[in-house]
Design a protein around this ligand. Structure first.
Ligand SMILES: NC(=O)c1ccc[n+]([C@@H]2O[C@H](COP(=O)([O-])OP(=O)(O)OC[C@H]3O[C@@H](n4cnc5c(N)ncnc54)[C@H](OP(=O)(O)O)[C@@H]3O)[C@@H](O)[C@H]2O)c1
Length: 316
């Protein structure tokens, strides 16, 4: 019998429970995957901690929006994907599982050079970063400010901005400034005095902002630095972002989900990561039945880099 993680109630990580799960055989345009790695994202805990509502009709709630694994079976009307292929599946639902049925349209091939944890945690953050870079029209010669630059979306946004020929100033805790320096960005600590520190780090001015922090501080400083609010995008601060008239990207009322740009980004992200032109920083891996501990670490910001669940690590 295979297993999946569900939230059996709304609350903290203690509600996460491993249950038996048989996904069945793939139907038309479906693919069955043996999951080797499932990326953990803040969206996962936002879905059961009440941030996005607490409708009892949605329980038990399956978790996990991205996975990498091996194709076990393909259904009718699937082309170009075969049993045994190593693939990345995004966007999906319920990726925290040993086995997962996904639409064939969610599947791209995994580059051989990526290991399972990297492959399983590249796409959600990567597609969001591509969306933000595209929406803010980052280009050669720009100086881009990335709030939360040491995070999953932030580190990828930094690297993608560099590939477009931009310079990056990134905010992070001082203990993560080395991470930004290694990526070639200029690190700045967030907190009181942020605007002055950014002006000092970017004497030629800031042309665009990508906000993954979502704080009022990050957004207020952004509008003080950049006149054109269409060149400021937030992925995390929708209430303040809407008040200020900046771009809101992702799910949520009034936001641009960027469905097509994110879908199209997957192949390019796989190519870039496979060629070593961008890297996903994996900070910690956990077995599937250790999911509550993984979430506690993520929610407390204790891990630098992606947290990844490894179903194939077996039950402890
Ligand atoms: N809208 C979308 O489509 C979309 C997609 C993906 C993610 N998101 C959201 O974007 C946010 C970041 O996601 P992620 O996966 O990158 O998370 P993450 O890997 O946990 O990174 C979050 C980063 O935020 C930084 N941070 C914490 N407090 C901060 C503050 N007060 N000011 C500036 N930075 C601060 C942390 O930096 P230090 O550790 O250095 O302090 C950390 O590196 C989450 O809210 C997530 O839900 C939205």
């Amino acid at each position: 019998m295979t297993h999946a993680v569900v939230a059996i109630a709304y609350g903290g990580p203690d509600v996460l429970t491993l249950v038996e799960d048989d996904p069945g055989d793939p139907g038309p345009e479906q693919v069955l995957i043996e999951v080797r790695a499932a990326g953990v994202n803040p969206a996962d805990w936002k879905s059961y901690t009440g941030v996005w509502g607490n409708d009892p009709d949605n329980l038990p709630l399956r978790l996990g929006f991205e996975a990498a694994g091996v194709v076990l079976a393909v259904g009718p009307e699937v082309e170009g994907i075969h049993r045994g292929d190593e693939v990345i599946a995004y966007p999906v639902r319920g990726a925290y599982a040993d086995r997962l049925l996904v639409p064939a349209s969610a599947v791209v091939h995994k580059p051989a050079t990526l290991d399972w944890p990297e492959a399983g945690s590249l796409m959600l953050a990567g597609a969001a970063a591509v969306h933000a870079i595209t929406a803010t029209r980052v280009g050669a010669g720009d100086t881009v400010l990335v709030h939360g630059a040491s995070g999953a979306v932030g580190t990828l946004a930094v690297q993608l901005a560099h590939l477009r020929g931009a310079r990056v100033v990134g905010t992070a805790s001082p203990e993560n400034h080395e991470v930004l320096l290694d990526l070639g960005a200029s690190p700045v600590a967030y907190g009181p005095g942020l605007e002055d520190r950014i002006r000092a780090a970017a004497p030629g001015g800031v042309h665009a902002v990508i906000d993954t922090a979502g704080t009022d501080e990050a957004l207020d400083v952004s509008v003080a630095l950049v006149t054109d609010r269409r060149r400021i995008a937030t992925l995390a601060g929708f209430a303040r972002g809407a008040e200020l008239g900046v771009q809101l990207l992702g799910g949520g009322k009034g936001a641009d989900p960027g469905t097509q740009v994110r879908h199209d980004a997957r192949t390019r992200l796989a190519e870039l990561a496979g060629a070593g032109k961008i890297t996903v920083q994996v900070g910690a891996t956990y077995a599937l039945d250790d999911v509550a501990r993984a979430h506690r670490a993520g929610m407390q910001g204790r891990v630098q880099g992606k947290i990844v669940l490894l179903p194939s690590a077996g039950m402890s």
